[in-house]
Design a protein around this ligand. Structure first.
Ligand code: F2R
Ligand code: MG
Ligand code: MG
Length: 349
């Protein structure tokens, strides 16, 4: 039976934290043999290791800030969200933040700052960041807003607090949309799921700024649509190697090289896959496969974990995995509270 909506909400945020914590082991690795991934996952079942042994990184720290802000303000409030990012960074600066975004977070801490979007706009010589830091924390927007238009609008604005390049904020909107559709059960029809994402991104990438950014970076006119078409092509193939996925979609720290990849991981792992244990459920397969790609594993697994968790719900996620990861209980609590908020009339269209 399809999971109920509350279970999907909990699965989304818990899946996101699991991907971050479990994926952190291989972040930056070039070659990750599947044996090593399975060994790492097998160790999660060792009850003598202690609870919360795998710590979360910037991905979860910022996702918690997004969720806390939406819950407290019961709306998108850019000043509140920016303040929470800055405070969280100040409290725990060692969570593995991107080297550029640190400058933004320091500026956001200033009580004299008038425009909270300005520090992000000054990044990279005024071009803004195209990193995946906006996308990695985007899932709560899909849990707070019912309409697709609001999910897009607010996930983009939330990302713009640190990522002013359109590749950065459009990547965040794509991730939030994927979680939104997954919550609605859209992954039951994978082809329609990817087609919906493509048509939404076509609208977003028509924008003049998006076209100019793509040109400045020597990319095709509709960079996300083009990657999503590649996802579709890979889905149609009987067998796909890890090397092909990396060369077609990427596994890097840029949003363009990681958000479509995370979406592919979820789609590819809807079915059992060679090399992955038969006892694994869909979310376990998705996280295992994300790790085997190497590169930005914590973030790709975090984004894939959120989309997959929204599809499968909380119930099939192994307790041993949940117990091994720091921040799972907090994520579960945030998801329950976001569900209550989602059910309120003022969040309806
Ligand atoms: N930072 C990391 N991992 C590095 C190692 C961490 C290690 N564990 C440790 O503790 O030492 N991971 C986290 O960063 C990613 C999200 O980054 P975010 O928030 O997008 O940051 P930033 O700095 O804005 O962008 C990341 C890098 O992308 C390049 N870049 C972005 N825009 C650019 C532009 N316009 N021109 C040129 N380069 C650009 C830069 O190299 C940035 O530093 C996640 O993986 C998260 O897990
Ligand atoms: Mg990280
Ligand atoms: Mg990362």
């Amino acid at each position: 039976a399809a999971p109920v909506m509350l279970s999907r909400f909990r699965g989304a945020l818990v899946g996101s934290v699991l991907g971050d914590c479990i994926g952190g082991e291989f972040e930056g690795a070039v070659d990750v043999p599947l044996d090593r991934v399975l060994q790492h996952l097998g160790a999660l079942e060792d009850e003598t290791r202690g609870d919360g042994i795998l710590q979360y990184s910037d991905d979860t720290a910022m996702m918690q800030c997004v969720a806390d802000s939406l819950l407290t303000r019961m709306a998108f409030d850019e000043r509140d969200m920016a303040r929470r990012f800055a405070k969280e960074y100040n409290l725990a600066p060692g969570r593995g933040y991107g080297s550029g975004v640190i400058q933004v977070l320091r500026k956001l801490a200033s009580p004299h700052l008038k425009d909270v979007f300005q520090p992000a706009q000054a990044q990279f010589g005024g071009r803004g960041s195209f990193g995946n830091g906006g996308a990695m924390r985007a899932a709560p927007f899909a849990l707070a807003f019912r309409s697709r238009a609001d999910v897009c609008r607010y996930s983009r604005l939330g990302a713009m607090l640190t990522h002013s390049c359109s590749l950065g904020y459009n990547g965040a909107a794509l991730q939030a949309l994927a979680v939104h559709l997954s919550l609605q059960g859209a992954l039951a029809l994978p082809k329609e799921f990817i087609n919906k994402l493509i048509s939404e991104m076509e609208e977003m990438e028509k924008d003049e700024t998006a076209q100019l950014d793509a040109k400045a970076l020597n990319l095709s006119d509709f960079p996300y649509c083009s990657r999503l078409h590649r996802v579709k092509e890979l889905m149609d193939r009987n067998s796909v190697s890890i090397e092909e996925v990396i060369s077609e979609l990427g596994n890097g720290i840029a949003a363009l090289q990681s958000v479509p990849t995370a979406i592919f991981c979820v789609l590819h792992c809807l079915e059992p896959r060679d090399g992955l244990p038969e006892r694994f459920g869909g979310l376990e397969r998705t996280i295992a496969y994300s790790l085997a790609l190497g590169g930005d594993t914590d973030t790709i697994a975090c984004m894939a974990g959120a989309i997959a968790g929204a599809h499968y719900g909380i119930d099939p996620i192994p307790q041993s995995w949940q117990k091994s990861c720091e921040g799972v209980e907090e994520a579960d609590d945030l998801a329950r509270r976001l569900y209550d908020l989602y059910c309120l009339p003022q969040f309806e269209e």
